[in-house]
Write a protein that binds this ligand. Structure first.
Ligand code: MAN
Length: 361
């Protein structure tokens, strides 16, 4: 049974997504763990880009040791090497109610350690691991709990990778750049904790770079989408709040940008995720002014995609559709997404159809 929004509306929902018939296009069993003793628990939330005439995905690959009854074990990075932490599941100091995160003796940990894996495809639906390209791992003290959910923006021949960098210090936005996907330049943490879901516009407006990002505020404020400007794509300022959560709606608890905004005649179209109080994740859309993206012109009232398919409802963390990667081909928007935090899937949308359902602000 669906919880929350879907139950409230009490209707059989359909959405605007035309799911790939071969979904999920990649599951944990399709790739090899990065080292012996680990298993891939989830393949999810791929960044997407075109390189060398192929479609590429940069997939969040979440690993953990093969679990043994009565013991919860998970990896962290220490001095570049993997260290396994083991806790007895009946330990009174352990809080493990969410499959993604645990609290032990007042410290928070992730149950899996994520790295980023490259796969490519000639047809956009059958992907394979190419030879000679690196796996991207967390590096340094801000990435000891892994790197996740990478957005890829191509600007003037340079790919900007913005990803979630996790460590005991918190969750922030890390950046690396590359031209050839073999050599990478590290730009460090560009937005400090708590921040994630950073999507850079693939074109400068005036002479400035723009990005959407999602700081979280615990007391005042919330999990809202903000806009920032930059002279060089690395250093960000002039932050402005654009999109807030909406009470009693599918995006009541948190919202966050998907991949780079899509340039249309009507404005910059952004696909975003929204989660409700039951932690169900949906996709929606909003439109920003072409010349001044701090002006939101329109937003979807209902989701454009809901976790309806079995592989979106059941998995590592069920009832989730989450995107941080897409490819645009004329009116066709191919959204790559993580389903139930466990599988990589694809869906097609018509950009015109999305624009048509947006409500003017
Ligand atoms: C949330 C979820 C997890 C993720 C952590 C850290 O708990 O999105 O999937 O691992 O944040 O980013």
């Amino acid at each position: 049974m669906f919880k929350g929004y879907l139950q409230l509306t009490n209707i059989i929902m359909i959405d605007l997504a035309i799911r790939f018939p071969q979904n999920p296009i990649l599951s944990p069993k399709n790739l090899k763990p990065s080292q012996e003793g680990l298993e891939i628990a989830c393949l999810l939330n791929p960044g997407a880009f075109v390189f060398d005439h192929k479609t590429w995905l940069l997939i969040r690959t979440a690993e953990r040791p093969v679990q043994i009854e009565g013991i919860l074990s998970f990896p962290i990075l220490k001095n570049g090497a993997i260290e396994i932490i083991k806790i007895e599941t009946n330990d009174p100091d352990l809080i493990a109610t969410d499959s993604r995160v645990i609290t032990y003796k007042n410290a928070d940990y992730l149950t899996t350690l994520s790295h980023l894996r490259l796969v490519c495809s000639d047809d956009g639906s059958h992907f394979y691991e190419p030879e000679g390209y690196p796996i991207l791992y967390g590096e340094g003290e801000n990435e000891t709990y892994g790197i996740e959910d990478c957005r890829v923006a191509l600007i003037d021949g340079l790919y900007y990778l913005t990803y979630t960098a996790v460590s005991e210090h918190g969750v922030g936005v890390g950046m690396r750049t590359t031209k050839d996907w073999k050599n990478f330049e590290k730009k460090g943490m560009i937005m400090p904790p708590h921040n994630k879901d950073c999507a850079i516009f693939e074109e400068k407006i005036g002479d400035k770079f723009y990005a959407l990002h999602r700081p979280s505020s615990v007391a005042l404020g919330g999990n809202y989408i903000w806009l920032a400007e930059s002279p060089d794509g690395v250093h960000w300022g002039e932050h402005r709040c654009l999109i807030k959560t909406r009470k009693n709606n599918w995006d009541s608890k948190r919202v966050g940008a998907g991949a780079a905004p899509i340039k249309t005649e009507q404005g910059w179209l952004e696909i975003y995720h929204g989660a409700n109080d039951e932690n169900q994740y949906y996709l929606g859309a909003f439109l920003m002014d072409l010349n001044d993206p701090s002006k939101v012109i329109a937003q979807s009232h209902d989701p454009i995609m809901a976790p309806l398919a079995a592989y979106e409802r059941h998995g590592f963390f069920g009832e989730v559709v989450f995107t941080n990667g897409h490819i645009v081909k004329g009116d066709e928007l191919i959204v790559y997404y993580g389903a139930a935090d466990e599988f990589v899937c694809g869906a097609r949308f018509s950009i015109k159809q999305i624009l048509n359902i947006l409500n003017k602000q």
